[in-house]
Design a protein. Structure first.
Length: 647
């Protein structure tokens, strides 16, 4: 670990272990409350709108005589299912030679931690919030020191408050448009706070009686949408299970990004942590990842599925209920009757089988049904139009929802529609990849911060033909230069791999027939396109002695140290592997020596076995002459046992 990094981690540990119980937080409390009020005023109209939409999504409190249209539910679930099924894959790529193995370990660790973190659950709610509210949030700050695994946490958009000026949590690459402050409510008991070890002043906790607690308002909204009358205000317990409403708030204070936890209606600080100082080399980064589905440039509020469907569901529900009432009127119509001929009105209103009703005079015209409007074709038309508009806006045609279309479509039409749907969904998947990339970057940073050298060890399980248990130390997962992260849609990557596999399969047959072709590389490429992991490929095609030898030589060449060459080596294979070495003078001389060896071997093949080609001293002399700009060495094939000096 670099010296600066060690000092930085020690500094962070000092911040976290500092006792803040006697510190005066008056100014900080005043600052947070002003930021809170600004955020609350901006967010309250959105929460009110979302509360109504939750009722539309699952309205169990509607009139029992009415029907609800499930348009929003079915379209939202279709979009959600498609994006959730298309799992985003992460691939760590080395930035520097020598970190390739570390990148492979990170890929294996990411697969293992996906289950360990229960990320499939996190992803479902993350995607749900992004599609319904327009933006979903996951906090990735905590690290489990027992399992040695980062812990992601979904945050409720219905109780999250943010800087109204921001366009996203952390802005763009330069931090423009990032939040100056952001926070959320959560509820915990006193013993839950004590077990974490990072809170203080817990003996001063009081029950929060705030009337504008967003967390409680969100719970009441969800209960009301579900048709429940349970009021969270009545939840007053005694003893250890008493819950306290707490506000966790990220803000800047004296040039530092701090996380402060407030209780007692935001009047008491019970938690304080410094996350970033102005001395840090990296830019300020709030450990909250936000995900959007249909982002609008320079705007926090992304377009959501309800934005495009809510009005259409309302109209469809109104038309359907009017139609239902019309049908009921047809089954139970109103009548006009002649009172001079029908003496007892109850004879008409009380139904009875085999009943006879006496009428004075001719029965014709004694009773007549009141004329009513019937369901017309335009009713069906507008219902279909509203449905089609919602489907078009969200790329969820009937076939995508699992429904058989009533209209006969040709195979070409269905193919074009499916292609259009895939294109729209692939766009959303790529946008989701923005937040996924930042998630795994923060995941790596948590290991970088908390996984201690020579102390921590994590054993991961790698599934294959034979299950392998691989122990990992810090040096195995923390590279010298932070790796690149590539995020790709599984559906898209599989489609690309399938297309590339088909193309390469056609070429492979010709490659294997060519005696001069690098067949082993071609077969490895074919195995990679077929979806095999690198460790599986290594088992199928184990490294030869020349490969091990060439990789070992690269370690010296990277340090500009000469490496010895022998005529018995596989020079073509060495040249291939030395392409990955750093471009030092020793590397250039070494590669040139291998090329000369190939020329010598062609002219006098009888000298190839067990023939030493050049000593390290001779290569060093060759390197020195190359650096001084002298002419290129010319081999003398009459004396092939050594590299000849420059003529």
């Amino acid at each position: 670990m670099a010296k600066k990094e060690v000092e930085k981690n020690k500094q962070i540990e000092i911040y976290e272990k500092t006792d803040y119980s006697n510190q005066d937080f008056t100014d900080l409390i005043k600052q947070v409350n002003s930021e809170y009020q600004l955020s609350y005023d901006a967010q309250k109209p959105k929460w009110d709108k979302w509360t109504i939409r939750l009722k539309i999504y699952n309205n169990q409190k509607k009139d029992k005589e009415a029907i609800g249209d499930p348009l929003l539910f079915k379209i939202h679930q279709t979009v959600l299912a498609s994006l959730y099924d298309d799992k985003l894959s992460v691939d760590f790529l080395a930035r520097e030679d020598g970190d390739q193995e570390t990148a492979e370990n990170l890929n294996a660790l990411a697969v293992f931690d996906y289950d360990e973190m229960e990320k499939e659950i996190t992803d479902y709610f993350w995607n749900w919030d992004a599609t319904f509210f327009g933006r979903g949030f996951v906090k990735l700050l905590e690290y489990d020191s027992i399992t040695k695994t980062p812990i992601p946490e979904n945050l409720d958009p219905m109780s999250l408050l943010h800087d109204p000026r921001a366009s996203s949590v952390n802005g763009d690459k330069k931090g423009r448009g990032s939040c100056r402050f952001i926070g959320y409510y959560f509820q915990a008991t006193k013993w839950e706070l004590e077990t974490t070890g990072n809170y203080f002043n817990l003996n001063k906790l009081k029950t929060d009686t705030s009337i504008n607690d967003p967390q409680q308002e969100a719970k009441r909204a969800r209960n009301e949408a579900a048709g429940l009358n349970y009021d969270t205000k009545k939840e007053q317990l005694e003893g250890e299970n008493q819950g306290y409403n707490l506000l966790e708030w990220f803000t800047m204070k004296k040039g530092k990004l701090v996380l402060v936890t407030l209780a007692n209606n935001r009047s008491l600080v019970v938690g304080y942590k410094i996350l970033w100082t102005n001395k840090d080399q990296t830019r300020r980064y709030i450990p909250i990842e936000d995900r959007v589905i249909y982002p609008v440039p320079f705007n926090w509020d992304s377009v959501s599925v309800p934005d495009m469907v809510e009005d259409k569901q309302r109209a469809r529900a109104a038309i359907q209920n009017l139609t239902l009432q019309g049908i009921k009127c047809g089954l139970y119509p109103m009548y006009l009757y002649d009172r001079t001929r029908i003496k007892n009105r109850s004879d008409l209103t009380k139904f009875q089988f085999n009943k006879t009703i006496p009428v004075d005079g001719d029965i014709g015209g004694a009773v007549a049904e009141v004329p009513r409007q019937t369901v017309k074709n335009d009713t069906t038309w507008i219902l279909n139009e509203l449905d089609a508009a919602a489907q078009g806006a969200t790329a969820t045609p009937d076939i995508q929802q699992g429904n058989i279309t009533k209209v006969q479509r040709t195979a070409t039409e269905l193919s074009l529609a499916a292609k259009g749907v895939d294109t729209r969904y692939s766009l959303s998947a790529k946008i989701f990849g923005w937040s996924e990339k930042r998630f795994w970057r923060q995941w790596y940073n948590l290991y970088k911060k908390h996984f201690n050298e020579k102390i921590d060890k994590k054993i991961i399980r790698i599934k294959g033909i034979n299950t392998v248990f691989r122990p990992l130390l810090r040096d195995n997962i923390i590279s010298r230069v932070d790796p690149d992260i590539k995020i790709e849609s599984t559906v898209i990557s599989e489609a690309k791999d399938l297309a590339n596999l088909q193309k390469f399969s056609n070429l492979l047959a010709h490659i294997l027939q060519d005696p001069n072709a690098n067949r082993k590389y071609a077969l490895k490429k074919y195995a990679k396109l077929s979806g095999l992991r690198q460790d599986e490929i290594n088992k199928i095609f184990p490294k030869s002695i020349d490969e091990w030898e060439a990789e070992k030589e690269n370690e010296n060449l990277n340090k500009n140290k000469p490496a010895e060459i022998r005529m018995s080596q596989n020079h073509d294979l060495h040249l291939e592997i030395h392409e990955a070495a750093n471009p030092t003078a020793s590397t250039e001389a070494h590669i040139l020596a291998h090329k000369i060896a190939l020329l010598i071997g062609r002219e006098q093949p009888e000298i190839l076995p067990e023939q030493k080609l050049a000593s390290a001293q001779e290569q060093q002399s060759l390197q020195q002459k190359m650096l001084t700009g002298q002419s290129q060495p010319k081999p003398d094939f009459n004396t092939p046992r050594t590299l000849q000096s420059v003529r």
